[in-house]
Every structure is written in structure tokens, then in C-alpha cells.
Design a protein around this ligand. Sequence first.
Ligand code: TNX
Length: 593
Amino acid sequence: MPPTAPRPAEPGRRPLDPTGPAVDPTGHEPAAADLARAAARAAADRLAPPAPVGLGDVVPAPERVEPDPAADFTLPADAAVRVSPDPAARDVAEQLADLLRPATGYPLPVTDAAPAAEGLALQLSAAPGETPGTVAAGVGLGPVAGPATPGPVAALGAEGYRLDVTPDAVRITAATPAGLLHGVQTLRQLLPPAIESPAPVAARWAVPGGVIVDRPRFPYRGAMLDVARHFFGVADVLRVIDHLARYKLNHLHLHLTDDQGWRIAVDGWPGLAAVGGATQVGGGPGGAYTRADYRRIVSYAARRHVTVVPEIDLPGHTNAALTAYPQLAPDGVAPPPYTGTEVGFSYLDPDDERTYAFVADVLGEVAALTPGPWLHIGGDEAFKVPADAYARFVERAQGIVAGTGKTVVGWHQIAPAGHADGRVLQWWGTTGDDPATAEAVRRGARVILSPGNHAYLDMKYAPDTPIGHDWAGLVDVERAYGWDPGTHLAGVPADAVLGVEAPLWTESVTSLAEIEFMLLPRLPALAELGWSPRRTHDWASFRRRLAGHGPRWHTAGITFHPAPEIPWPTTGPTGLPSPRPASQPTAPTADLP
Ligand code: TNX
């Protein structure tokens, strides 16, 4: 046994013997001292108050939760994060340590997985088929209503994880690094809210005991950020990715182009970013991502197992492109830059071959920069393009996307165009019934659900919300939560639903604080619809669990809307201040349409 240093003081712990266990002056601890130390630790844990967060308090709700109140774990100052040798798993372990170090102030070294003898440790294991050594008996991925049975790691699928919390260890097991990271996000939520502090806090870092076995209901769970109406720099986008990862959302759809701005550099068409990117709603300076910026976003997202879905909106919503390249406009005349908020007036000439050369260049470059499988071609609100010309355009664009090796996604307006293998329609209607979309699904399309009256995060919460729209109605948290993606759209069965996405259009959203104000607390509602089994759906439970996140966001410095229907704690469980009413952003000024 290696020499052991005296244990550092552990804030919040109450050892029975305040002088601590004896240390052999030779540097070798006799086995008896080890035993005494373990006994003191176990006794201290028994005397400590229970973990302040319940094992079932997680958002999105896990598939299976089996609390064991006698098995709470307290993170000691000398804990290590132990991980299996796989480099991707190691990266998740580093992320876990990075999440826990600021608030705990603990060193949390990341080390290779060793036999469980070390005891107090966080262990990540990505090896398929590997099962943790001290799993609570009889827990697994059995049928919902049936008896719990141990399940192999492979049953956790591409994104599932298993979390075992015992007095000696927290273990996260998954078949993939994505699953491990989802488990890390669960563990983060099970620690006291002070874990979100950017500076060290003296707290007992307790984790409630028991087992969680969890995996998602739908494979696609996302949010969209419109960086075209207002431009948001790389740092803002990275922060949004963090918010997605927190709630196990795995796709970020970037609406990169619109009438008011073109936001991504395209080598062959430099005017797109230089001219088309130079404005935004209200006439601000706009901006555009260089290829390096975009790569940075993509790789930051990839590390968090979030896939970027780039959208080039075609053939409408193209005024910014036409300001730079008027030869693509039906009348060949450059329109003035557009800084208002109307839609449906601009379009590429669907009858000119130069349009298709342009579309092929742009989609080809964006596809080459994008590791994920999706390429979104927009297709919404091309009001001035006759239906037959529109369908021909979409069919050619679908073919161009297929030629890049990507799978095409479009707003549900593309439904009447011919089927393309694997194509995905993004539903943003408000009726729950659309024969054209249902017919496209019969021909093999899959659907991402973003119903405007539930999932549109640019809708106001209430009449007095200072920013946002109300054309799809008001979307308070209960409305954001109150629908079922599996049955929402007539003629679209659950197995045709790829998943859900919450779009944030930014005509009236001008800053990171305003983005966060519109995302939170509604984004977690959408996340739960996409992740959790339907049997867990329960507004009373959700609003109670969500309430616990206010102190977390507050501690992390994240803006949110203190929605009145959520019973936010007046003081957090650790005595942190209640969420500030100042979370409300001030109404935007000069940029208002
Ligand atoms: C409709 S939804 C649009 C966007 C607007 C949004 C505002 C969709 C595909 N198109 O162009 O920004 O409404 O809520």
C-alpha cells in the first residue's frame, strides 16, 4: 500500500473523533487504521443530514429511479474521477472534473480506472458489456411495469446510462461517451445547487443514494437559434450549447441565413458574408462566422455530444444573399438590405440555372464543414414562388443535399415536393393536423416536431413579456410542457417522429441574456418531452422538479424567466438567495422592429 497523507479536512463532515484517525508515523497505515477510518466515515455519513436533492428530482425525468436513502454518497476532498482507458470516455471524465472543481475547490484528479478498492471515487465506464462491481441488486432496464432485472450495458443504447450511488462510490456506466455525459449531467443535478458556483463554496457535497437507469424516448432532441435576424457571436452560441447539454438535448439547429443577414462565410461567394452579413434587424452591424468560427462551434458541440444542424433557408428568406449577388434575383436587381421583420417577399429565381450552381456551392461547402448527418434547406414562407416551381426547386435542392452525403431536413412546407430518401420535415404549425405532412410521412418522411403553439420559444410567456411574438399564442411553461410528441400530429405515428426541437427566432431577441430569458425555463420542458418515457409525464411533478433549477441558474449566473406557475424556492436548500426578479431582461430598445 502506498504511503497515505493525512486526510484533508472535509467541510460539512462530522467525524466522530474530531482529531481524525491516527496516521502511522512510518507512513504505512496498518489495516486497523484503515478500518477505523472507514468506520468513522460511515458513521459521519449516517449522522449527516440526508442529501438535499432527491434521486427523482432530475429533469428530464429518468426512465427508472430507485432511491436508497441509506446509500447517500458524500464527495470527499480527496476524490478522484476514475475512468476506463477509452479516450472519449476520458474526455467525459475531464468534463465531469471541470464541472465539479470550481465549486468544490477539490483537485479531482482524473485517473485510470483501478479496482474499486479505493472506494470513494467517481467511476466512468464506457466498455460495452462491462457491469459495475457493486450494483444494487435487481435493477436494470426491464419492462416498465415488470420486475426489475439487471440489464447489460448494451441495452442502454446510444445515449443511455446507469448511475449507481452507494456510500462508497458514484458510478456511471454507459455503452457510449454520449451516455456517460448524460449520466454526468444527472449527477450534476443530484449535487446541491451550490455546485453551480464559479468559486469554492463550503458545503457537504452529498449525492442521494440509489440507482438510475435511463435512456431517451426520441433520438433527436434539439433547439434552434436564429443567428440571422440578430447575429450572436461564437461565445454566445457555445453558452447555448452548454444549456442544451445540461438537459440532454443533442442537436443545435443554427438558422444561418435569412432576409436580414447571411451568417456563414462561403469561399466561392465571399459577398455573402461580407455584404449579406453586414446588417440585422433594426440595422445593427450584424456579422458572420468564418469557417474557423463555425468549426469551433461544431467541435465544442461535438465534445458535448451535440450535433450541429446548419440551415441555409431556400428559396425564400434570401434577401441578404440577393443584396450581394443580384444575378440570383428574378429581376436581376440588387434589393436594399432588409432590417425589418416581414417575411415571404424574397426568393431565388427557381427558373435560372445559376440558382442551382449557387445552391450546390453553398450546400457543398456547408456540408463539408459539418460532421453531423443533417443539412437543413429551410423551405418556409416562399410566398412569391408558384407551387409547381417551388416543388421543382425543393426536389433539386433535395438532390443536391443527397449528393453531399447528408440527409435533408426542411420546414414542413416542403411536404408536397417529391420524396427523397430519409428526408425529415420539421413541423412548425399550430393545428396538429396537416394532410400534406401526413402524406409525406406515408411516403417515408420522418418528422421533427416544433409546434408553434408549444415549442416556439420566441412566443411570449404572457401578455406583458417584454420581448417575443404572440402569433402562435402565448407559451407559458405549462403550455410548453403540455403536449405529447408521440400523438401530436394526425397521421404521424410515434415511430415516424424523429424527435422534438424548440426554435428561438430572434427578431426581438438581441442579447445573450434575452436568449436565456426565452429559453429558461421552457427549454427543460421540451427536453423532458423528448427524453422521458410518457408514463413519467406529470405537470405537478415537473413544476416541482423544475423549481429546483432556479437556484442552480441563479448560482451559475444564467438569466431566466421566474415564471409564476413554478414554485421557485424562496431560499435554496443551501441558503442561497432566491432567484432574482432582476432575471427579467429590460425591453430591447433601438433594435425593436
Ligand atoms: C415564422 S416558423 C418563420 C420565421 C419567423 C417566425 C417568427 C418558420 C419556419 N418561419 O421566419 O422568424 O415565424 O415566429
